[in-house]
Design a protein around this ligand. Structure first.
Ligand code: ZN
Length: 372
């Protein structure tokens, strides 16, 4: 009996030990909410065996849960069905339905979506938050957008920089895209797709008031494609939504409230990126060193993205150069030479791996209060 209890105790300890260390396996992407909005982590461009992907839809749900995402969409190609001899796909909502079933007991929103797969123009475009993918199987390249919009879709232009459709990799608006934008049939544009970033697409988004999107466009496995074991991550779109619902995410997308997280960089409009960075970085005073006028402060990064900053404050630092990095979900101590002892110290930083427009980085401001 005693031996049994002892064994039980040991196994219990082992279990609690394992539980204590689950965070080692937990690689959820972390981004804080911003004033007035929930920060929703989304990947709205993915494939499964129901078009040209290599996995069953439930795997996409599991991958999203591992990454701690809030919403995904499986956007199977409508017009490209290379597996149709092995996996016929008469009901084009099936991929969505299978993902929905898998996500049932989890906190993951599944948006029904499809990839409208055409030659350029208009190239490839996603329609998400649709009601019936089968109704999108029409020939006319403009009509398909109209049907999607009638279903309440949010639409975006996929990989406008794709070298199979743009030899030079330079995203360029065509007359057809201008028409789609004018008719309010096209809402967003991928500035980031899988491995690629398009500065020209960012420029197009800003010039034409389109939603800035970033997606994995995953066909195989997230871990395989983005080398997560080596510190990589899938690109995602952060959507600032009034609440954690499908409707609120759609509203956030339609209102252009997004930031893209890509290769440890953040890309978005100033009005969305700056509040995220202000919430993502916090600074705390640790007091002056001995009798000196050198102040110790600790910078804490509450995001999964390392933040590389350039000090633009009026003070320079005793133990750092002009540019330094606050590690993802980590801290950095910095010694500030304030020349005289101050009750309140203003610090500001240009965030070099955050992009608000081609060649432009946001500046964030802090006021550090010292205990008397
Ligand atoms: Zn795709």
């Amino acid at each position: 009996m005693r031996l049994f209890l002892l064994t039980l105790l040991i196994s219990f300890q082992q279990i609690s030990y394992a539980q204590d260390h689950t965070h080692r396996l937990d690689r959820s992407l972390q981004f804080p909410d911003v004033p007035g909005f929930k920060t929703m982590k989304c990947d709205f461009h993915q494939h499964t065996v129901f078009s040209d992907g290599s996995v069953w839809p439930d795997i996409r749900v599991m991958e999203a849960l591992i990454d701690g995402l809030d919403a995904i969409s499986l956007t199977e190609h409508l017009e490209y069905q290379p597996h149709k001899d092995d996996i016929p796909y008469p009901n084009r909502n099936r991929s969505y339905e299978l993902a929905l079933k898998e996500a049932k007991n989890h906190n993951l929103i599944i948006a029904n979506g499809s990839e409208i797969t055409r030659k350029m123009p208009p190239g490839h475009n996603n329609a998400i938050f649709i009601k019936d993918a089968n109704a999108l199987l029409v020939k006319d390249s403009v009509e398909v957008f109209r049907i999607a919009k009638q279903q309440g879709a949010f639409t975006f232009w996929n990989h406008p920089n794709w070298i199979s459709q743009r030899k030079d990799g330079v995203a360029t608006l065509t007359d057809m895209h201008r028409f789609l934008i004018k008719e309010k049939l096209l809402d967003g544009i991928e500035v980031v797709n899988q491995e690629t970033y398009s500065e020209e697409a960012l420029h197009i988004a800003l010039e034409n008031d389109l939603t800035i999107m970033g997606t994995s466009d995953i066909h195989n496995l997230i871990d395989w494609e983005f080398k997560v074991h080596k510190g990589g991550h899938r690109p995602i779109t952060l959507v600032f939504a009034t609440e954690s619902t499908q409707e609120a995410i759609k509203e956030g997308l339609l209102q252009r409230r997004t930031v893209v997280y890509y290769k440890d960089q953040l890309i978005g409009r100033t009005e969305h990126l700056t509040p995220l960075l202000q919430a993502g970085l916090t600074i705390k005073s640790m007091g002056y060193q001995g009798k000196s006028n050198v102040l110790n402060v600790v910078l804490t990064n509450n995001t999964s993205c390392p933040l590389t900053v350039r000090n633009t404050s009026r003070y320079n630092f005793h133990d750092q150069g002009e540019v330094f990095t606050v590690p993802a979900n980590g801290e950095l101590s910095v010694q500030v030479k304030t020349i005289e002892r101050l009750k309140e110290v203003s610090l500001n930083f240009e965030v070099l791996n955050a992009i608000t427009a081609p060649g432009k980085h946001p500046v964030i401001y802090f006021s550090v209060i010292n205990a008397p």
